[in-house]
Design a protein around this ligand. Structure first.
Ligand SMILES: Cc1ncc(COP(=O)(O)O)c(C=O)c1O
Length: 377
């Protein structure tokens, strides 16, 4: 099955009991049992729910995985993975990482005696050089948020396997239809399904996929014990949203690619970060491991004084923290997605006060470009 067909037919999309063409919202916290020794496979929604199961089957099929799990947010999925680490363990991660992940690693894991090293994620040898005897996890994110840096998934996974280190990859930006980290050797794939997978800026959700039986059982236990399973209503909305992901991504990527090209020639723009541009330093690696440049790009305005005016003058994109909606979303990582990082860390990773991130929606390209043109001029 190809992508658009899988999105509509590749998992449970019909209710087995009634034939309903939309999996119902099994809006219940608990399930009646015929007797105390047997149940239908479901007994309490924190442990599992049929609407949530359909979402888990969906990510399993989209990531070509054996198992999928659905969480209440992308951060809940990330935390379920990080919870596998124990006191005295060490993890390695790129210095360009989503702000929430940075916060968990630096403010929370450290309290439990879990060490970390941030490295230049684009440099394969930096991963190797940072390995310690207690290194248990390589945590990857490619392209990274918000600078769209690229990590060579195959090379880093080969390295991890050589040293018996687990790999987890945040695949939010590329989505499960444009990049398949499991096929490249990653052990666990994570998504903030709040973004492109659901695509309508109306829920929070997180997903995990893996091929490993043992990892699945551990992560399932974390989902249950941490109480972080996806809510039923949100699972139902996600099932509705995901059906059009192929078509949405097609238009959003087309817009991103045209806009990246347009901005890279504009005199008010100091730099454009988009892995679909041939000028991106790791465009070749990205092209090998992903099908498109994705729908998110970042760019630097010529000076900070112009930032507020630019945001005010843009009429089409909404101004918001998130990304991956049908509507274009303009954001300012300096005060939004990366505000929870200390200022010097933001600057160290390149999140400056002139950096703007644009998540392209499905509007008409010409309208988006003329809106940007108007704001820049
Ligand atoms: C790359 C990436 N990973 C994870 C998250 C966290 O996801 P959520 O907000 O659904 O918890 C985000 C949120 O912006 C993100 O951009």
């Amino acid at each position: 099955m190809k992508t658009n067909t899988t999105l509509l037919h590749g998992y449970s999309v019909i209710d087995k009991q009634t034939g309903a063409a939309s999996i119902p919202k099994y809006q219940t916290s608990t399930f009646h049992q015929e007797d105390v020794f047997h149940h239908t496979g479901y007994n309490y929604t924190r442990f599992g729910n049929p609407t949530v199961t359909a979402v888990e089957e969906c990510i399993t099929s989209l990531e070509n995985a054996s198992y999928g799990l659905a969480f209440s947010s992308g951060m809940a999925a990330i935390n379920a993975v990080l919870f596998m680490l124990s006191q005295g363990d060490h993890l390695i991660l790129g210095k360009n990482i989503y702000g929430g992940t940075f916060q968990i690693v630096t403010e929370f894991l450290t309290r439990f005696g879990i060490e970390h090293t941030f490295i230049d994620e684009s440099d394969v040898s930096a991963w190797e050089n940072a390995i310690q005897p207690n290194t248990k996890l390589f945590y990857l994110e490619t392209p990274s948020n918000p600078l769209l840096t690229i990590t060579d998934l195959k090379a880093v996974c080969n390295l991890a396997k050589k040293h018996h280190i687990l790999t987890a990859c945040d695949n939010t930006f590329m989505t499960p239809i444009h990049q398949h980290p499991l096929d490249l050797g990653v052990d666990i794939v994570i998504h903030s399904a709040t973004k492109f997978i659901n695509g309508h800026s109306d829920i929070l959700a997180g997903l995990i996929a893996t091929n490993n039986d043992e990892l699945y059982l551990t992560l399932k236990k974390h989902q249950k014990a941490l109480g972080s399973i996806l809510g039923v209503e949100d699972a139902w909305l996600l099932l509705r949203g995901v059906k059009t992901m192929g078509l949405r991504m097609e238009q959003s990527v087309k817009n991103a690619s045209k806009i990246a090209d347009y901005l890279s020639k504009h005199k008010e723009i100091k730099a454009v970060y988009y892995p679909g541009l041939s000028t991106h330093p790791n465009a070749a690696i990205h092209k090998q491991q992903a099908e498109t440049g994705g729908a998110v790009l970042s760019f630097e305005l010529s000076c900070q004084d112009k930032v507020a005016d630019f945001f005010n003058k843009c009429q089409i994109p909404i101004v918001a923290v998130s990304l991956g909606g049908v509507e274009s979303i303009l954001s300012y990582p300096w005060t939004m997605s990366h505000a929870c990082m200390p200022e010097e860390e933001r600057i160290k990773m390149g999140v400056t006060s002139t950096l703007i991130r644009l998540s392209c929606g499905i509007e008409d390209s010409d309208d988006l470009i003329s809106d940007l043109e108007n704001a820049l001029n």
